[in-house]
Design a binder for this molecule. Structure first.
Ligand SMILES: NC(=O)c1ccc[n+]([C@@H]2O[C@H](COP(=O)([O-])OP(=O)(O)OC[C@H]3O[C@@H](n4cnc5c(N)ncnc54)[C@H](OP(=O)(O)O)[C@@H]3O)[C@@H](O)[C@H]2O)c1
Length: 269
């Protein structure tokens, strides 16, 4: 089974779970025994050769410019490589990501495709973009007071493994959220409580956030695109919860509080 982004937040968890179940996992990463670079389709063909299934977590984002074209090429190469089943990670409520999903669906005709559309990952605060700010005590983000039903990457990986190993998911899409929407002030409060260290949420405009990202070295067009993506995701349309985790796993998703306690040790009150 090919697992892309195998060193990332979801790929690492999916690869660990599949290996623990006894599957042979080919970990696709830019460095390592199976070189896999989303910017170099030649590496995709080599990584897909002989793979029975694939977990596709496109980088930087399935809603990014170029993602649909990449999915069309990846789907064609997967068919040529004899892949039987694919699970694609997508973003919930993202129209551009839906276009990329469709591109893969069309190109990978005959392949059993499952799509997992995820809410914002809780792990963004501990392993991703926002981890550094959280560690320094300030969570700067253009989210206003909008709530987001963060999904725990461990739940997401459990769902992905089910879709890769159970025939029931071919042709299906699962929208995944946590159990309730949490706004960013509550995120900061929960992390403060769990860690015993103050973390403060500082809401900023999309424009100010793009400037901040360019200050960190991101090229301006990319920074503007990222800020626009967050603005569109956090306009309230994604605040509702789904029962996707319950339907696939037969259990409740983990809450943001459980995530925070798991990462920061539940040191607070
Ligand atoms: N983050 C969220 O909240 C969220 C929510 C919904 C959906 N998604 C989807 O999740 C995916 C991204 O996940 P993420 O933001 O959590 O990132 P992530 O998976 O943690 O990203 C890092 C991974 O991407 C790999 N990577 C970076 N550049 C690469 C390249 N050029 N070629 C191949 N691999 C590359 C890294 O590998 P190396 O650096 O080791 O090579 C690492 O494994 C996107 O498709 C996005 O649409 C994210």
């Amino acid at each position: 089974m090919l697992v892309t982004s195998a060193t990332g937040k979801t790929g690492r968890r999916v690869a660990e779970r599949l290996s623990a179940r006894g599957h042979t996992v080919r970990a696709g990463a830019r460095r390592g025994p199976t070189p896999f670079d989303w910017e170099d389709p030649e590496t995709w063909a080599a990584a897909l050769r002989g793979a029975d299934s694939a977990y596709v977590a496109y980088y930087p984002d399935l809603a990014a410019p170029g993602a649909a074209e990449a999915m069309a090429t990846f789907g064609r190469l997967a068919v040529e490589g004899g892949v039987r089943r694919i699970t694609l990670l997508s973003g919930r409520g993202e129209p551009e990501a839906a276009v990329a999903e469709e591109a893969l669906r069309n190109a990978a005709e005959g392949v059993e495709l499952a799509v997992v559309r995820a809410a914002f990952f809780a792990q963004n605060f501990s392993e991703g973009l926002l981890a550094e700010g959280v560690a320094a005590g300030t969570l700067v983000f253009p989210a206003g007071d909008t709530g987001e039903p963060f999904i725990d990457a461990d739940d997401l990986a459990d769902v992905v493994v089910e879709t890769l190993t159970d025939d029931a998911h071919a042709g299906r899409a699962h929208d995944l959220t946590g159990p309730r929407a949490v706004d960013f002030a509550e995120v900061a409060a929960e992390i403060s409580r769990a860690s015993g260290r103050p973390v403060v949420y500082e809401p900023v405009s999309g424009e100010a956030y793009a400037k901040l990202l360019t200050g960190f070295g991101l090229p301006a067009p990319e920074a503007e695109w990222v800020a626009a993506l967050f603005a569109s995701l956090l306009d309230g349309h994604n605040a509702s919860v789904t029962d996707g985790v319950q339907r696939v796993l037969g259990r409740e998703p983990r809450s943001f509080r459980q995530y925070a306690d798991g990462v920061w040790g539940g040191n607070g009150a």
